[in-house]
Design a protein around this ligand. Structure first.
Ligand code: AMP
Length: 352
């Protein structure tokens, strides 16, 4: 399962995967599968006679948000596989691919600590899948979409709103890598976080449109966002970028979203709800500036959770028909881009 020589492909500009060393790999009690062939060999043996395989795709730098997905998978499946792969195709050339936190030894330690008992069956993560960039992109991968070659997956009509408006090729990269991961891992159930709500809903649509058997769209699950217990900041691998000072005001986005939610529930029209939220961010921006911190709002918006289209500015809750609404936003705190969202009304119809 573990190769003794780790390949260093030369042909790809971005090949740096989590800080892998042989001792790290050997010390892990969880099987580590660092090639597609080793994963397939493992699955053939491990899945034999088992009923379900849960899958949690990640980019590593694991925190309690990721681990909540792992625990959910453990509770619902005989086997649980976690992948760690920093996917070049979802980073624009100016984004943070090269500095994205890579903390493999710590990730493995955290995964090893996950254990739950279901009807007397003690379950721990069954395997960690750590593919190389070469394995995942046999035709090579450039972050510049114009010069990419090979096969890519686009979920049209659902990739240009919210996060897609700020990160135009992001969902193309995500849909492509998740398709590849699903083709290899072949999970019964897959688990994604509400933290990236558009991503999770879009992947559910992708599984439905492309008639995926593993997993079936109904088996793409969304797990609520894990937050810091003190200030409710959504946990994120990118929070590691924040300085102590920046961290102290990073909860501004959630506060602003919460204010917009309160206004919506009180019957205010959508535009008013957004203005209320933006005013809070502006206030925080001014205070932050006096402390030498730059805060910049990227967007705050309210979108239909099915079509992803922006809600009409005059729409009020009583006319929205009780369908779930995605209230989401992104804010820059220093050089760190933070995202968050709240799903208002009928959360249960999409978070399952
Ligand atoms: P990432 O490693 O950032 O690609 O995230 C891997 C998975 O973990 C995605 O499905 C994320 O939505 C999910 N995730 C990230 N942060 C959280 C969080 N705070 N709560 C729940 N899920 C999360």
């Amino acid at each position: 399962m573990i190769r003794l020589t780790l390949r260093q492909p030369q042909v790809f500009r971005h090949t740096r995967q989590p800080n892998m060393s042989l001792s790290t790999l050997h010390q892990s009690p969880i099987p580590i599968l660092n090639s597609i062939s080793s994963y397939r060999e493992w699955r053939k043996k491990a899945f034999d006679g088992k009923k379900s395989l849960g899958f949690v795709p990640t980019m590593g730098a694991l925190h309690d948000g990721h681990l909540s997905l792992v625990r959910r998978s453990l509770s619902e499946n005989d086997l649980t596989v976690v992948s760690i792969f920093v996917n070049p195709a979802q980073f624009a050339p100016h984004e943070d691919l090269n500095t994205y936190p890579r903390t493999l030894p710590r990730d493995l330690k955290q995964l090893t600590g996950q254990q739950i008992t279901v009807a007397g069956d003690v379950r721990t993560p069954s395997a960690v899948f750590l593919p190389s960039v070469h394995d995942m992109y046999p035709s090579g991968i450039s972050q510049d979409v114009a010069s990419q070659k090979g096969t890519f997956v686009e979920v049209k009509g659902y990739s240009h709103q919210m996060e897609g408006a700020s990160r135009p090729n992001f969902f193309r990269g995500v849909a492509t890598v998740v398709t590849k991961l699903f083709n290899v891992v072949q999970p019964t159930n897959a688990y994604f976080g509400q933290k990236d709500i558009q991503q999770a809903l879009l992947l559910r649509k992708m599984c439905r449109d492309l008639l995926f058997p593993y997993p079936d769209a109904d088996h793409v699950h969304i797990v609520p966002t894990e937050r810091d217990p003190v200030d409710s900041l959504a946990l994120s691998s990118r929070n590691l970028y924040l300085s102590f000072e920046e961290r102290s005001i990073a909860d501004i986005l959630y506060k602003a979203l919460h204010a917009a939610e309160t206004a919506w529930v009180a019957g205010e029209p959508k535009n008013q709800c957004i203005s209320t939220a933006k005013a809070l961010v502006m206030e925080a921006t001014e205070t932050a500036t006096t402390r030498g911190i730059t805060v910049r709002l990227d967007y705050i918006q309210m979108n239909d959770s099915d079509t992803f289209e922006v809600l009409d500015g005059q729409l009020q809750r009583q006319s929205a028909g009780g369908a779930p609404v995605i209230l989401s936003g992104a804010v820059w705190v220093g050089k760190t881009r933070l995202i968050d969202n709240i799903v208002i009304d009928d959360l249960g119809s999409i978070i399952r």
